[in-house]
Design a protein around this ligand. Structure first.
Ligand SMILES: C[S@@+](CC[C@H](N)C(=O)[O-])C[C@H]1O[C@@H](n2cnc3c(N)ncnc32)[C@H](O)[C@@H]1O
Length: 360
């Protein structure tokens, strides 16, 4: 079933599957982000900008291949158009790690039928290949920041996770190490944005959530992914030491963890204007409830997992692994995961948190 060449998968930890695969299979993330659009519209109403001769700047932090950025950027562009006139130049910076599939991003910006540039000659998109834990834009240059399903990825995995791939399925010691790293990274992310945002700007951050009982809704997704890895090791397709290195450096922060840095002097003028958490069903499940097609559900879930997480898992492959080994692994992983999801159809109801952050 391997649907993509493997070099699109061996791009390194934290990156999404290339060749446009993330764009094709990230409908869950698009649905979660859509819940933040009303808050984005409100935030845009409050943005105050400086002198008219300056272009307006929209920064899309963690854009991936751009498909899921089209609607939020379109919302921002049309709000700015209404408030600041039809010809004021607007620059849109799509920011992601250097390993990101920027070819697919530019293709979307050039050709997608829903591209925000289609009818507005005064919008100028650009891309930056640099971590958002670094400074990515000049001081006080950004009017609107958008960051969706990206800041959950940590700058590094602080520990291995015995027997699993995600920190939420680990013991207290490992979870504590991830919580510490997530706290330091969140502080760093906010400090960088505090410097980049203009006074009067807004930053909207959308993140997967976790409820008071510590449930994210993704438990079955990760448990199934992990069970497939165990089976691949049993069948000799994956080595024990490779599986031990497989860690997803992602951490769902609780509300208190997200709120903690605000008020510290280092955030120079950033305040949390609004926080909201909601639950939603993934679109594959909604479709399954209509058509009862368990195989289609299984395949969508497997391809979502593959596009979002498999490059990170493959980054743990031993250096002697050939492209053919990785292709064999990726195909077997996808097939087995699809089968598991198809044989036990169940909802995937996850949480999404939205933060609206203001720069004084
Ligand atoms: C799950 S995708 C989200 C893409 C898109 N924003 C969306 O809502 O679907 C996460 C993206 O964040 C990017 N990312 C993770 N860590 C990053 C970092 N430190 N700096 C910049 N981008 C990062 C990943 O490379 C990936 O493209």
């Amino acid at each position: 079933m391997s649907t993509m060449p493997t070099d699109h998968l061996t791009v390194g930890a934290g990156a999404m599957e290339g060749g446009g695969a993330y764009n094709a299979h990230a409908r869950l993330q698009a649905s979660g982000a859509a819940l933040a659009f009303p808050l984005l519209v409100e935030a845009l109403d409050k943005v105050s900008t400086g002198p008219e001769e300056r272009p307006l700047v929209i920064a899309d932090y963690g854009s991936s291949q751009g498909k899921n950025s089209l609607v939020p950027v379109e919302i921002a562009v049309s709000a700015f158009r209404k408030r600041f006139g039809p010809t004021r130049p607007i620059m849109v910076f799509h920011i992601d790690r250097s390993e990101n599939d920027f070819n697919s991003l530019f293709d979307v910006l050039q050709r997608d039928e829903h591209r925000y540039t289609a009818s507005d000659p005064h919008v100028f998109p650009a891309a930056i290949g640099r971590s958002f834990y670094d400074a990515v834009l000049p001081p006080e240059s950004v009017d609107l920041g958008w960051c969706s399903y990206a800041a959950i990825w940590l700058s590094r995995a602080p520990a291995r996770i015995p027997g699993h791939i995600v920190a939420i399925r680990s013991d207290n010691g490992v979870r504590f190490a991830f919580a510490l790293q997530a706290g330091a990274d969140w502080q760093q992310f906010l400090e960088r944005r505090a410097a980049e945002l203009r006074p009067g700007a807004r930053l909207v951050v959308v993140l997967p959530g976790i409820d008071e009982d510590g449930q994210t809704g993704y438990e079955a997704l990760f448990d199934n992914g992990n069970a497939v890895l165990v089976s691949l090791e049993e069948d000799g397709i994956l080595r024990r030491e490779e599986r031990a290195r497989m860690v997803l450096a992602a951490y769902p922060r609780r509300r208190a963890e997200l709120e903690a840095p605000f008020g510290s002097a280092s955030l120079s003028g950033l305040s949390l204007e609004h926080y909201e958490m909601s639950a939603f069903d993934d679109p594959a499940w909604l479709q399954y409830q209509q058509d009862g097609d368990a195989q289609a559900l299984g395949l969508k879930r497997a391809l979502l997992f593959r596009a979002t997480f498999l490059p990170t898992l493959l980054a743990a492959a031993s250096p002697d692994r050939t492209a053919a080994d990785c292709a064999c692994f990726a195909a077997a992983f996808t097939d087995r995961l699809a089968l598991r999801f198809a044989s036990d159809p169940s909802p995937l109801r996850s949480y999404v948190q939205t933060l609206v952050i203001a720069k004084a």
